[in-house]
Design a protein around this ligand. Structure first.
Ligand code: ATP
Ligand code: MG
Length: 235
């Protein structure tokens, strides 16, 4: 599957998390132990669990921000360690729990998700997440952050989702993407994401019990371990 430069040709989006253990540097307690989950291309998994149980940590390992001390993660049966950095960035989209907003124009805040994107595409992405009001006045040149428009928590989150729509990778990792949104907006955003991700592999971290019936698998974590795993009906 690799070209001579180490680039993955076409990514399907199978994910294998194989008996992962992870301990933060300087800690004597593992934050994840014996975590195993597999997702076939196009499958959707919801990951639930109390605050601090290790959900976001697992996402950090999936994007190779940190490496597990035990076990292995594979995408399309290739160990993460072997992935070319650029290929991995193209294969995986993350909406993190804390969406970063840069001091810069609205355009600059979107273009990183799609360097070849056009203004029309950026505007369409903003419209689809309900952020068209940010375009008022200066359009995509509207300045965000310091010295510019301060955006609310919910707007920040929707900006993260607009980026994910633009990035359009075969794997989508969502860390509480609708936290802080009202019920109606939450439902709209979830529908939008699921429609966008119909053929994508999705790992969806959530506290809320919304949208679970649309998931293929549900995992419940506690203190770094998966304590329940099954289908919506079974749990
Ligand atoms: P929440 O639902 O509140 O987002 P979570 O399940 O995502 O929680 P994590 O962020 O994965 O939980 O954190 C799991 C544990 O690891 C927590 O006890 C947390 O304090 C600890 N932890 C997280 N990040 C670090 C870090 N960079 N260094 C040391 N410990 C950390
Ligand atoms: Mg978290």
């Amino acid at each position: 599957p690799f070209d001579p430069n180490g680039h993955q040709a076409t990514v399907k989006g199978d994910i294998t998390i194989d008996n992962i253990g992870y301990t933060y540097y300087g800690s004597d307690q593992p934050v994840l132990s014996n975590v195993s989950v597999s997702l076939k291309q196009g499958e959707k998994l919801a990951l639930l669990g109390r605050t601090g149980c290790g959900k976001s940590t697992l996402l950090q390992l999936l994007t190779r921000n940190w490496d597990p001390q035990q076990g292995q993660i594979r995408i399309d049966d290739v160990a993460l360690a072997e992935w070319h950095e650029d290929s991995l960035r193209k294969a995986v989209t993350v909406v993190s729990q804390r969406v970063d907003v840069f001091n810069g124009s609205l355009r600059e805040n979107l273009i990183l998700a799609k360097p070849e994107g056009t203004d029309e595409e950026f505007v369409a992405a903003l419209n689809s997440v309900g952020l068209q009001a940010l375009l008022d006045g200066k359009g995509l040149d509207t300045w965000l952050g310091e010295g510019g428009r301060q955006i609310s928590g919910g707007e920040r989150r929707r900006l993260g989702i607009a980026r994910a729509l633009l990035h359009d990778a075969p794997i989508l990792l969502l860390d509480e993407p609708t936290e802080g949104l009202d019920r109606r907006t939450e439902q709209q955003i979830l529908n939008l994401l699921l429609e966008h991700a119909k053929d994508k592999t999705v790992l969806f971290i959530t506290h809320r019990l919304v949208g679970l019936e649309q998931m293929d698998q549900i995992c419940l974590m506690d203190e770094g371990e998966i304590i329940e795993h099954g289908k919506h009906k079974e749990l």
